[in-house]
Design a protein around this ligand. Structure first.
Ligand SMILES: [Ca+2]
Ligand SMILES: [Ca+2]
Length: 335
């Protein structure tokens, strides 16, 4: 029975880890339920009831809107030079923003294909950079309910380049002069919260920059799959996350790669204080022979930093019940 219970707990953790509402916190210690306290057998129907209760509490406590772009299951290629498409990328949930892809005058392609990433499913987005300064660009902009706090994550792998770069920018375009909505445009500093440049080097190396400053943690190489997480704070007050364990100070962001904090409190660009973050883009350029490739999947972007109590409350209840049962005889088990 104990092994069965442990299995259920493992399934619960897996269920949380695969939920987009929680997946960004799997590196957080509070998810490590110490199974040694589950020494007494427990009726499975009560476990099921408990899990139902916990999930209900979780849903009721959610405050941030989490949008997801997982590229669905469709396949296809968009590679028409000097043109763009607003319907090549599958739609996200209602309110999840406008989206398009663009091919510049330097060739390259956007490809929806069956997932190749170990963490992926369905389709993924594979793109090659332009061979010139004319950008190949993918953007999602003006998603609703955005705030000055922002959380985003995605799976990514770079490959195939000896020069050129991919850029990842998030911020907020300005109404009728929205650089995120302009095909091929870079994003002005005034609309940029952060611009991360992934520069392709000879061999399979890469050099990453945040708003022009090299990330000395050197977190990226080609041909390796990464899970990237962003916690951004454009408010004028410090913000905490991961149950208060981490703080991202006002006007900065934290960059996590595969559960490691590779850049803490990285200074923002020039987006004005308090402006909501409602847009992001990836673009590739200056790659000889269109070699510099990027593969993306499982993009989530949130209108706030998800509140830690969403996670802490159910886990605390679970731990409380587990401790409680340790102190009672098996015959007296009650919930
Ligand atoms: Ca997918
Ligand atoms: Ca906007």
């Amino acid at each position: 029975m104990l092994s069965s219970m442990v299995g259920r707990v493992g399934s619960f953790k897996k269920m949380l880890a695969t939920s987009r509402e929680f997946s960004d916190f799997v590196h957080v210690p509070i998810f490590t339920i110490n199974i040694k306290y589950l020494k007494h057998p427990y009726p499975m129907y009560r476990i099921n009831s408990l899990l139902t209760l916990l999930l209900a509490l979780s849903s009721a406590s959610a405050s941030a809107v989490v949008y997801e772009q997982d590229f669905g299951n469709s396949t296809g290629t968009f590679n028409t030079a000097s043109s763009n498409s607003t319907d090549f990328i599958p739609s996200t949930q209602p309110g999840g923003g406008e989206q398009y892809v663009r091919i510049g005058s330097g060739d390259g392609s956007w490809v929806l294909q069956p997932s190749t990433l170990s963490s992926g499913s369905g389709s993924e987005l594979l793109a090659t950079a332009s061979s010139s300064s004319s950008r190949n660009k993918f953007a999602i902009y003006d998603f609703l309910d955005s705030t000055s706090l922002y959380q985003m994550s995605f799976d990514v792998e770079f490959s195939g380049g000896t020069d050129g770069s991919w850029n990842f920018v998030f911020g907020n375009g300005d109404g009728g002069d929205n650089d995120f909505a302009k095909t091929g445009s870079a994003i002005s500093a005034a609309e940029t919260f952060a611009n991360i440049v992934f520069q392709f080097d000879a061999g399979s190396g890469m050099t990453a920059f945040s708003n022009g400053t090299e990330l000395l943690s050197d977190p990226f190489s080609q041909d390796i799959e990464y899970r990237v997480e962003i916690y951004a704070n454009n408010s004028t007050s410090d913000a905490t996350y991961n149950g208060g364990v981490n703080t991202v100070v006002a006007g900065s962001y934290d960059l996590w790669v595969d559960g490691l904090l590779v850049g803490g409190n990285l200074p923002k660009s020039s987006l004005a204080n308090g402006i909501a973050i409602d847009s992001f883009t990836f673009w590739g350029q200056d790659s000889t022979g269109n070699g510099a490739a990027i593969t993306l999947d499982n993009i989530t972007y949130s209108t706030a930093i998800p509140e830690p109590h969403v996670i802490c409350l159910p886990v605390a209840i679970c731990l409380f019940i587990c401790f409680r049962q340790v102190r009672r005889k098996p015959s007296n088990l009650e919930l």
